[in-house]
Design a protein around this ligand. Structure first.
Ligand code: UDP
Length: 259
């Protein structure tokens, strides 16, 4: 077996060299981290679920014309992606107050925001990913004003799509984080959605009970993280109840003649 070249290892994923130039393989680990990796645990099977959930969301985004880096899922833990130049800004969209917004501004968790709010965080572990303004982003050259406009437009479209998708299965999208990258194709560059979208980077609450179905279960030592992620995948129709996460399998199609 040949050893693949490892390009980058993050807290929850590893990137390997892909089979063709311009591609990478993204591997989902079982590591759960919070508070800039001060809290760390291994949760068996989390990577498999996030790979599956992220595949579904990115495939859906691609299908409705929101460009992403996703090409295809390769196996339980890996997906083939387009190589992009990651913009060092995390874009957070919030619909309901929670987390840092509640702490920073004293808005009670659960309060519906007057409108969706977009925030930018500078990706820098040593600094705990500080909140930054558009002024910082353009002054320090992390992205241009045009790129910020594109990032915001994509974030709003993702928010609209995800809010509807999750509401349809009885889940409220409280907030989420996306990462974006520059894709260079021939002479043009465009900004596309990269990284992953999974319960690791969204806040998802059950509509009826407000039960948390996301990484806050780990951050707040509530337990039941894997069950919660399983619940999200099951409601999205990605796995059957009480089944290991591997998709629905073949469905018998009756021919018209038999009816
Ligand atoms: N988030 C993330 N990665 C980060 C920081 C935040 O995926 O490094 C997500 C988080 O899961 C939540 C949203 O972004 O869905 C907003 O998080 P917040 O700013 O409230 O920070 P937190 O309370 O998670 O530290």
């Amino acid at each position: 077996m040949t050893r693949r070249r490892r390009i980058y290892e993050g807290k929850a994923k590893i990137l390997y060299e892909g089979p063709e130039p311009g591609t990478l393989v993204q591997f989902f680990k079982d590591d759960a981290t919070a508070f800039n990796a001060k809290k760390h645990d291994i949760i068996d099977g989390k990577g498999v679920l996030n790979n599956r959930i992220s595949e579904y969301i990115f495939t859906s985004l691609n299908r409705i014309g929101i460009p992403t880096h996703f090409i295809k899922r390769l196996n339980m833990r890996e997906q083939l992606i387009k190589e992009v130049e990651i913009i060092p800004i995390e874009v957070v969209v919030r619909n309901i107050a929670a987390g840092q917004l509640s702490e920073r501004l004293g808005i009670p968790e659960g309060e519906v925001l007057p409108r969706s709010i977009i925030e930018f965080y500078y990706k820098k572990d040593e600094l705990n990913d500080p909140l930054v303004s558009e002024e910082h982003i353009t002054a320090f050259g992390w992205a241009t004003p045009q790129e910020i406009d594109d990032m915001m437009a994509l974030a709003i479209r993702v928010n609209d799509f995800l809010s509807g998708l999750f509401l349809g299965v009885g889940i409220q999208l409280v907030d989420f984080k996306i990462e974006l990258g520059r894709l260079y194709e021939n002479d043009i560059m465009r900004i596309i959605v990269a990284d992953e979208i999974s319960p690791d980077c969204c806040r998802l609450w059950d509509v009826k009970t407000n039960k948390k179905l996301d990484k806050d279960r780990f951050r707040q030592d509530m337990g039941g993280l894997l069950d919660a992620y399983n619940e999200v995948a099951t409601r999205l129709g990605l796995i059957n109840e009480n089944e290991a996460p591997r998709g629905k399998g073949p469905v018998l199609v009756k021919s018209d003649k038999e009816d």
